[in-house]
Design a protein around this ligand. Structure first.
Ligand code: HEM
Length: 447
């Protein structure tokens, strides 16, 4: 078992954790559910630690078997771990609204609040925490701007960007690289900046702001630690407002200009809502794809036979990406709030309760996926994973995320047919409630 290195190395208030995806079901896995014990779990919460991403899978399996709907007083939410229950909650937006999806998990401290108020921070979720009818109205307008034409134009640009980065990594001549730094960190960010119409030279700003957004919303920080992130969020929001102002003044061939044009043509969307969409996309549109590409290499190149299959037959790449998303999704847990008294698997959920849907567990539910701990790129139902959510909020960018991962793997298998991952068990993950992010994926290759 790899060593645990919690609390080291992460610059932005998350800890880091080493470990792999090799969770095995504990004794008792597969037992019938027990609604009776749903709020009387033992003090260890079946091993579940909400912010730990080292290897959460044994705890997920224990929860599914022993307490599939568990009240967790540490985060003030019901933790739901079975596939069918999670899908049903996602599907019932009237009972379980997403209005808490972007709320800070830890209360914002007084200094951070003051910095954000004084900085004019009024950002609200673009879509994921909005509810119908507002959500339906804005999603309809944004979806129209997310046209296949935009993605088609982007595809050769993404491919060139990937190829250039891989060539630069290979040109170092060491036969070693680090996939997050050398490839996955920047490619999706440049893609989304281009889609939005932002200058790609601002990449470092957006990366810094996104790290702050993740830390402020899903992290576990003290009031003091929040202060630099609060400044970053103010800058981030001001940049989103500036993008909308620029689109009004200059137009352009990009998504923000399309939304501003739609507004001029009568679509019911305000400047503040367009800026909020930017605020969402400039985060959601790259962090998770960086993680997908990193996880894809981490899992696929860790096994020489799997990598060889993809080299020989790149048509297997899309199926492999679905299995990566199932086995190791970029987002392992997402929130909902009960709008009325409800029930999940026989457990009473009082109105106003927070509910944490652990998709990382659903994706390994033995009642849905045969031999779920096995990583199998030919798995016939891998696409039924819940890593993109389900229902009215189903991820708007799923095609773009998968397209980028596909291009990255096509280029990598062509250029690096003998790629391997160095010591996959020691890879570290950020400490976080929702995002399971590998910090670095060191790789080697031979000619
Ligand atoms: C591997 C990459 C990605 C993963 C795992 C992911 C995951 C998710 C999840 C779990 C949700 C919430 C779904 C729900 O509440 O039911 C979501 C929503 C969303 N995602 Fe993604 N996402 C990814 C990439 C992207 C990209 C590339 C974009 C944009 C270009 C994007 C834009 C959005 C938007 C706008 C929403 C809100 C949709 C709504 O509420 O109607 N995502 N995503």
């Amino acid at each position: 078992m790899s060593p645990e290195t919690q609390g080291t190395g992460c610059p932005f208030g998350f800890g880091t954790q080493a470990g792999a995806d090799t969770g095995t079901a504990p004794a008792g896995a597969g037992h019938a559910p027990s609604a009776a014990n749903a709020t009387t779990h033992n003090a260890t919460h079946h091993g579940y630690e909400p912010f730990q991403m080292k290897n959460p899978f044994p705890a997920y399996a224990a929860l599914r078997a022993e307490e599939p709907v568990m009240w967790d007083e540490r985060i003030g939410m019901f933790v739901v771990t079975r596939y069918d229950d999670i899908k049903a909650v996602f599907d019932d937006w009237e009972t379980f609204s997403s209005e808490n999806a972007q709320a800070p998990v830890r209360k914002r401290g007084p200094q951070a609040t003051q910095i954000m108020n004084e900085g004019g921070f009024t950002a609200y979720s673009g879509l994921s925490a909005r509810i119908p009818p507002e959500h339906t109205r804005i999603r309809g307008i944004v979806q129209k701007a997310f046209t296949p034409r935009r993605f088609k134009v982007l595809e050769p640009f993404i491919r060139q960007n990937v190829a250039d980065r891989l060539d630069a990594m290979i040109a170092k001549g060491t036969d070693h690289g680090e996939i997050v730094k050398d490839l996955a960190y920047e490619v999706p960010t440049i893609t989304i900046l281009t889609l939005i119409g932002e200058d790609i030279s601002r990449i470092d700003d957006y990366k810094r702001w996104s790290d702050s957004r993740a830390a402020m919303t899903w992290g576990d920080m003290t009031d003091e630690e929040q202060i630099p992130h609060a400044h970053n969020l103010v800058e981030y929001w001001q940049a989103c407002l500036a993008l909308v102002a620029k689109a009004h003044a200059e137009g352009g061939d990009n998504l923000v200009a399309d939304l501003v044009q739609a507004q001029k043509d009568g679509a019911e969307i305000s400047d503040h809502e367009i800026a909020s969409v930017c605020y969402s996309l400039l985060f959601a549109g790259h962090e998770t794809t960086t993680t997908l590409i990193s996880n894809a290499v981490r899992l696929l190149a860790a096994d020489a036979t799997i990598w060889a299959q993809l080299v020989e037959d790149p048509k297997k790449i899309p199926g492999a990406i679905d299995e990566v998303l199932r086995y190791s999704g970029s987002i392992v847990a997402w929130r909902r709030k009960a709008t009325k008294d409800a029930e999940i698997a026989g457990v009473k959920i009082p109105e106003g309760s927070g509910v944490l849907l652990v998709m990382g567990s659903a994706n390994r539910d033995e009642s849905k996926f045969e031999d779920p701990e096995l990583f199998d790129i030919a798995r016939p139902n891998a696409r039924e994973h819940l890593s993109f959510g389900f229902g009215i909020h189903y991820c708007l960018g799923n095609m773009l995320a998968k397209l980028q991962a596909k291009i990255a793997l096509e280029e990598m298998t062509a250029k690096l047919p003998h790629l391997t991952v160095d010591d996959p068990e020691s890879i570290e993950f950020r400490e976080n409630l929702s995002f399971r992010v590998p910090i670095a994926v060191p790789v080697s290759w031979t000619e």
